[in-house]
Design a protein around this ligand. Structure first.
Ligand code: ARG
Ligand code: ZN
Length: 874
C-alpha cells in the first residue's frame, strides 16, 4: 500500500470552481459542495471520476442537477467513483460530519468548542468528496452557517462578500477566495472569538487589514505576533520582492493542533503555543520561535501557495525553501550567529539521528505509506540546508534572481523540485545535475580530513574524502557536491591568504568536494596553519577531523568565523567529556582537566563582545549531540560525565559565575529584544552553573529570582534550577506555587509539566505517571502530550532509557492510546523507540519488545509505517 513518486499521473479531471456550504453543528455538520469540473485534455472520454473521501457519509450526489441512480456510482471508505461523466459538468454532493468526535485533529474538528480545520496534507478528504491533491487548483466560495450565540465569528479563506441572519438564531457569512488553490489550503473557523486588528500598506500600495483572532482571555497575548507579522511582510518585500495579494490577512489561535501552524490562504491557523505571547507567560526562546513561525507561515503565501507542489513528494519544495526564508528573516531580525548555532544544533542532533535510523529518507522521498509521516526534520531542516547551499553556491544576488524567476514563471502552478533548481541553474549557468543528489540520497555524508604541511615547498595539502553510510533501501551512495567553506589560520590566529594553483582565493574560500576524494594544495604557506573547515556549517555533513586540544582552543579564540569559534569550543568540551566518560566506564574517579577549567574560566571572566554567543559557548554539548558522536551510545556515561562536568565547573568557578550572574542583572522593563535576550541567557546560564554546585547560596539566588517574578524567562529559569535539585524539598514549594498561580493558563501549565519531568533524578518516571493522572493532563491535547511525554522522552534521556525498560513501556502505553485517538501524533511520539540501533543490547531488546507490543495492536497507517520500518531494520 505504498505510493511511489515514479507512478505519478496528472489529474484526469480539474476543478475550476469550488462552492462549499457548511451548516455547522458539533455532531452533525452538513457540507454541501458544488464543483465545476472539466475533463483534462488527453483524458479518455469514458474515464471515471474518482474523488477522495475519507470515511464520509454521503447523503446526496447529482450531476448538472440530476441525482445519480445507485448503479451510476460507488462509495467506499476512501473514494466516490462516478462511472461516466460529461466533459464539463456541475457536481453536487452533500455529506454529514461529526466534528465534535474528531480526535485526529485533521479535517473539520472542534477545539474548546471552536470549529476549525486542518487540511494539509490530506485532511480535506475528511470534509467533502474532492480530488484532494495539490495539482488540482480551484477558486473557492465558502458559506459558513452557524449558531449566532456559540459561533458569532465565521471565517474562511479570502474576503467576506456577504453576511446575514437566518431563522432559529443562526447566521451566515460567505467568503470568496479569488486565487486558485489546492484543497490543502482550505480553512474554516467558527467560534466565539475576539480580535486585534492592524493595517499594513504594501510597497505596491495595497491596504491590507491584519487580524489576529483568539479567545477573549488571550487578547493580551497577541501584540507580539502582530508586530512579527508586519515585520515579515516588510521583510519579504525587501529581501525577496514578494508582496501580499489580498485585502485581508487573518491568524487564528487554536489550543488543539497537531503541528505548529498552517499557511491556509489568507487564514493562517496557529497552534496557540506558536502565536500567543506576553512577558508574564512566555520565555525568550518562545518569543523568538513565534516570530519565526509567524514569518514562516506568512512566507508560504508565495513559497507554497502562489507556487505550490505538484504532489506530496515535492513537500521540501515549499518547506525547505520556506524554512530557509524564515531562517534568513530571524537572523536579520536577531543575532545571526546565534540563529545559525541553534539551527545547526537542531540539525546535528535530531536530523542526523533521523538520517541514521530506520525512518531515514531523502529530502524528496520516493515512496510513502502515510504522507503525514514525512513532515520531518529531513524535509524541513535538511531541505533548508540544501537551499542554503544553493544560495551560497550562487551568491545572494544570483540566488535572488533565481527566486524571482521561479515565482514569475510558476505563479499559479503546482510544480516540482526540479523546476526550482532549474531556475537556479538558468540564472547562474551552473550545472546542478550532481547537486540534485542532495534531494534523492538519504543519510548524512561523512567528510574526513587529512592534511600535510611541506616546509620546503611551503605547501599545505588538504585531502577531503566523503562517504555516506547506507540507509534503508539505499545501499549504494554516489558522491555529492559538498561545498566546504574554509580558511587557514596563521600563528597569530589571522586568516592566511589562500593561493591554489597560483590563483588567489582571499582569506576564506569554498572548496568543491564533488568526488569521493579530492586534494587541495595551498601554496606560499609560510608555516603549518590551523585549518578552519566547514565555516558557517556550509554543508549538512559530519566533519571527521582530528585536532588537538591546543588547536581547538586556538580556533575557539581566533577563528574569524563565529560559527566555527563556537564549534571549536564544542569539540573541545566533547574531548573533555569523552575523557570523563572513559573514566566513568572504567569505574575510575572522574577528574576535570585543569586546562579545560581554565579555558572556561577565561570565557566567564573576559568581558563579552557578544553575550548571546557567550551563553552558547558556555553551554556544554547536549546529551543528544554527544550521543550522535558515538558508535555505541552509552546513555549513562554521557549523562554522568556531563552532569559531573557542570557540577565541577559550577563549584570550581563559583565566584566567577557569581560575578557574571550579578553583573548581568538588569532593571530595564522587559522586552524580547536581542540585547535583553542575550543578557538574560547569559545570566541564566550562570545561575545554572551556580546551582549545579549544589551550594545553598546558589539556591538562594534562584529562590530570589523566582520570587521577584520579573518575567517568565527569569521565573522559569529559576524554577528549573529549584525543581531539578536533588533534594525535592528545594523545588516542591516553588512547583506548587507556580502550579496554583497559573492553573488557568494552558500554555504556562505546559511549561509546568515540562519543567517537572525533565528533572534528571531517578524519581522522574514516577513523576510522569503521577502527572498523567493530574486533572489538567489530557491525552487529547497534543501540546500537553508533548509537554509531559515528549519532554520526558527527549529531554530526560537517562530516565527514558532506564535500564529496567519502564521508560519504553510508558511511551508504548501512550502510543497505543494515541494510535486510536490521533494517529499523526502517535506516529511522531513513537519515533524515539525506533532509535535503538546504536544502543546496548539490553536496551535494544527492551525497545524492540515495546515495538512488538505496539505492532500487535490494530494500527493506523501512520503508526504502522513507522513501527514496521523499525522492526524490519532490527
Ligand atoms: N505546512 C505547515 C507548515 O509547515 C505544516 C502542516 C503540517 N500538517 C500536517 N498534518 N503534518 O507550516
Ligand atoms: Zn511550512
Amino acid at each position: 500500500h505504498a505510493i511511489y513518486l515514479k507512478d505519478y499521473q496528472p489529474p484526469r479531471y480539474q476543478v475550476e470552481h469550488t462552492e462549499l456550504r457548511f451548516d455547522l453543528a458539533p455532531d452533525a455538520t452538513r457540507v454541501q459542495a458544488t464543483l465545476q469540473i472539466a475533463r483534462a485534455p488527453g483524458t479518455a472520454s469514458d474515464a471515471a471520476l474518482v474523488l477522495d473521501g475519507d470515511h464520509l457519509t454521503l447523503e446526496h450526489v447529482a450531476i448538472d442537477g440530476q441525482p445519480l441512480e445507485p448503479g451510476e456510482f460507488e462509495v467506499t471508505d476512501r473514494a466516490l467513483t462516478i462511472y461516466t461523466v460529461p466533459e464539463r459538468f456541475r457536481l453536487d454532493t452533500e455529506v454529514v460530519l461529526a466534528p465534535a468526535s474528531n480526535t485526529a485533529l485533521e479535517g473539520l474538528y472542534q477545539s474548546n468548542g471552536m470549529f476549525c480545520t486542518q487540511c494539509e496534507p490530506e485532511g480535506f478528504r475528511r470534509i467533502t468528496f474532492y480530488p484532494d491533491r495539490p495539482d488540482v487548483m480551484a477558486t473557492f466560495t465558502t458559506t459558513v452557517i452557524g449558531d449566532q450565540a456559540a459561533t458569532p465569528i465565521l471565517l474562511a479563506n479570502g474576503n467576506p462578500v456577504e453576511r446575514g441572519e437566518l431563522p432559529d438564531g443562526r447566521h451566515f457569512v460567505t467568503w470568496n477566495d479569488p486565487h486558485p488553490k489546492p484543497a490543502y489550503l482550505f480553512a474554516l473557523v467558527a467560534g466565539n472569538l475576539e480580535k486585534i486588528e492592524d493595517q499594513f500598506t504594501t510597497q505596491g500600495g495595497r491596504e491590507v487589514t491584519l487580524q489576529i483572532w483568539v479567545e477573549q482571555q488571550n487578547l493580551d497575548k497577541t501584540a507580539f505576533a502582530m508586530t512579527a507579522l508586519k515585520h515579515s511582510m516588510r521583510w519579504d518585500e525587501e529581501r525577496f520582492g514578494r508582496e501580499y495579494d489580498l485585502d485581508l490577512f487573518m491568524i487564528v489561535a487554536v489550543d488543539d493542533f497537531n503541528m505548529g501552524a498552517m499557511e491556509n490562504k489568507g487564514l493562517n491557523i496557529f497552534n496557540s503555543s506558536a502565536v500567543l505571547a506576553n512577558p508574564d507567560t512566555t520565555v525568550d526562546a518562545m518569543f523568538q520561535r513565534i516570530e519565526g513561525i509567524v514569518a514562516h507561515e506568512y512566507f508560504h503565501n508565495w513559497s507554497g501557495n502562489r507556487v505550490t507542489c505538484r504532489d506530496w513528494f515535492q513537500l521540501a519544495l515549499k518547506e525547505g525553501f520556506t524554512v530557509f526564508r524564515d531562517q534568513l528573516f530571524s537572523s536579520d531580525m536577531n543575532s545571526a550567529p546565534v540563529k545559525r548555532i541553534e539551527d545547526v544544533a537542531l540539525l546535528r542532533t535530531a536530523q542526523f539521528a533521523e538520517d541514521s535510523g530506520p525512518t531515514a529518507h531523502p529530502v524528496r522521498p520516493d515512496h510513502f505509506i502515510e504522507i503525514s509521516n514525512f513532515y520531518t526534520l529531513t524535509v524541513y531542516e535538511k531541505g533548508a540546508e540544501v537551499v542554503r547551499m544553493l544560495c551560497n553556491l550562487l551568491g545572494w544576488e544570483t540566488f535572488r534572481k533565481g527566486s524571482d524567476l521561479y515565482f514569475e514563471r510558476f505563479d499559479g502552478q503546482a510544480v516540482r523540485v526540479e523546476d526550482f533548481v532549474d531556475c537556479m541553474a538558468e540564472v547562474s549557468n551552473l550545472d546542478l545535475t550532481q547537486f540534485m543528489r542532495w534531494y534523492s540520497q538519504a543519510g548524512t555524508p561523512e567528510v574526513s580530513v587529512d592534511s600535510a604541511y611541506d616546509a620546503e615547498r611551503r605547501t599545505f595539502t588538504l585531502t577531503l574524502s566523503q562517504h555516506t553510510p547506507a540507509t534503508p533501501g539505499q545501499d549504494e551512495k554516489a558522491p555529492l557536491q559538498i561545498p566546504v567553506e574554509m580558511g587557514l589560520l596563521d600563528e597569530q590566529g589571522a586568516d592566511m591568504a589562500l593561493v591554489i594553483d597560483g590563483q588567489s582565493h582571499g582569506s576564506s574560500t569554498v572548496l568543491n568536494l564533488d568526488e569521493s576524494t579530492k586534494q587541495f594544495v595551498f601554496e606560499d604557506v609560510p608555516h603549518a596553519p590551523v585549518p578552519s573547515l566547514l565555516r558557517g556549517f556550509s554543508a549538512p555533513v559530519k566533519l571527521r577531523q582530528t585536532l588537538t586540544r591546543e588547536q581547538l582552543s586556538f580556533l575557539m579564540r581566533h577563528d574569524s568565523d563565529g560559527f566555527n569559534r563556537w564549534d571549536a569550543g564544542q569539540q573541545l568540551a566533547l574531548k573533555e567529556l569523552e575523557t570523563l566518560m572513559a573514566a566513568y566506564r572504567h569505574g575510575d574517579e572522574m577528574v576535570l582537566d585543569e586546562f579545560f577549567v581554565e579555558t572556561v574560566r577565561s570565557l566567564v571572566e573576559t568581558p563579552a563582545s557578544d553575550k548571546a554567543v557567550l551563553a552558547e559557548m558556555l553551554t556544554l554539548p547536549t546529551e543528544a549531540f554527544i550521543a550522535e558522536q558515538q558508535t555505541t551510545v552509552d546513555i549513562d556515561a554521557i549523562h554522568q560525565a556531563r552532569r559531573f562536568a557542570i557540577a565541577r565547573l559550577g563549584d570550581t568557578l563559583f565566584e566567577a559565575f557569581e560575578t557574571l550572574y550579578t553583573q548581568e542583572q538588569s532593571d530595564a522593563a522587559y522586552a524580547p529584544d536581542f540585547d535583553q535576550i542575550a543578557q538574560r541567557s547569559l545570566k541564566n546560564v550562570a545561575l545554572a552553573y551556580l546551582c549545579a554546585s549544589g551550594r545553598e547560596e546558589a539556591f538562594a539566588y534562584a529562590r530570589r529570582q523566582f520570587e521577584a517574578n520579573a518575567n517568565m524567562t527569569d521565573v522559569r529559569a529559576a524554577l528549573t534550577q529549584l525543581a531539578h535539585a536533588g533534594d525535592t524539598s528545594i523545588g516542591d514549594p516553588a512547583i506548587r506555587a507556580f502550579g496554583e498561580r497559573w492553573a488557568h493558563d494552558p500554555l504556562v501549565m505546559d511549561q509546568w509539566f515540562a519543567t517537572q519531568v525533565s528533572r534528571p533524578h531517578e524519581d522522574a518516571l514516577e513523576r510522569v505517571r503521577f502527572l498523567m493522572a493530574h486533572p489538567a493532563f489530557s491525552i487529547k491535547n497534543p501540546n500537553r502530550v508533548r509537554a509531559l511525554i515528549g519532554t520526558f522522552v527527549n529531554q530526560n534521556r537517562v530516565n527514558f532509557h532506564r535500564r529496567d525498560g519502564q521508560g519504553y513501556r510508558l511511551l508504548a502505553d501512550v502510543v497505543i492510546e494515541l494510535n486510536r485517538l490521533n494517529p499523526e501524533i502517535a506516529a511522531r511520539m513513537v519515533l524515539p523507540l525506533t532509535r535503538f540501533k546504536r544502543l546496548d543490547e539490553t536496551r535494544r531488546a527492551l525497545m524492540l519488545e515495546q515495538l512488538e507490543r505496539i505492532k500487535a495492536e490494530p494500527l493506523s497507517r501512520n503508526v504502522y509505517e513507522v513501527v514496521d520500518k523499525a522492526l524490519t531494520s532490527a
